[in-house]
Design a binder for this molecule. Structure first.
Ligand code: GTS
Length: 210
């Protein structure tokens, strides 16, 4: 039995970065897919610490909050920078990912038809900080921080791929980010996961707008 279990809705959402991390690190995990019907019945929601999913289990450790899950895996699998300085930079990058993820999620769930054009117009400004971070680290040829992959890379990669689905060409003016997406998604174990029906057939958002 794998030690990890992901309990989540049938979507990539806030779990695909965790899945990408686990797959790339050669880990296996169990999925417990929660349908909206089951969720609306109430008991599972009531049992969740913040009344939300994802829920994640690592053996007898139960975690909620997607970024806490990523950080836990970062600590335990050696994906949190080389030292305290890099760990702080990994946190900074990941918090930036979270800000844009929330912005995107708000668009999808609350303002899609009216807000999409403006969102796409503003997008380069929201992606530029990540291009800047790459430029500051080994000329953009490595990872978001340092010379080893971190949990923030998987989170950023997921966010960027989602935006490529929402706004094809959104990375065209951002050469380091474009190369970064191509380089990371070609990592053999990650590529195998990204090519798998499990990933391909899972919608980015449950509402299937993208
Ligand atoms: N901060 C939380 C995290 O990062 O895990 C947010 C979790 C969250 O918003 N979960 C949503 C949820 O459980 C689903 S999704 O936004 O990840 O798609 N919604 C159902 C509910 O009843 O709130």
């Amino acid at each position: 039995m794998p030690p990890y279990t992901i309990v989540y809705f049938p979507a990539r959402g806030r779990c695909e970065a965790t899945r990408m991390l686990l797959a790339d690190q050669g880990q296996t995990w169990k999925e417990e897919v929660v349908t909206l019907d089951t969720w609306r019945q109430g008991p599972l929601k009531a049992s969740c610490l913040y009344g939300q999913l994802p829920k994640f289990q690592d053996g007898d450790l139960t975690l909620y909050q997607s970024n806490a899950i990523l950080r836990h895996l970062g600590r335990t699998l050696g994906l949190y920078g080389r030292d305290a300085r890099e760990a702080a930079q990994v946190d900074m990058a990941n918090d930036g990912v979270e800000d844009l993820r929330r912005r995107c999620s708000h668009l999808i769930h609350h303002n899609y038809e009216e807000g999409k054009a403006q969102y796409i117009q503003d997008l380069p400004g929201h992606l530029q900080p990540f291009e800047t971070l790459l430029a500051q680290n080994r000329g953009g040829q490595a990872f978001i921080v340092g010379d080893q992959i971190s949990f923030a890379d998987y989170n950023l990669l997921d966010l960027l791929m989602n935006h490529q689905a929402l706004a094809p060409g959104c990375l065209d003016g951002l050469p380091l980010l474009s190369a970064y997406v191509a380089r990371l998604s070609a990592r053999p174990q990650l590529k195998a996961f990204l090519d798998s029906p499990e990933h391909v057939n899972r919608p980015i958002f449950g509402s299937r707008k993208i």
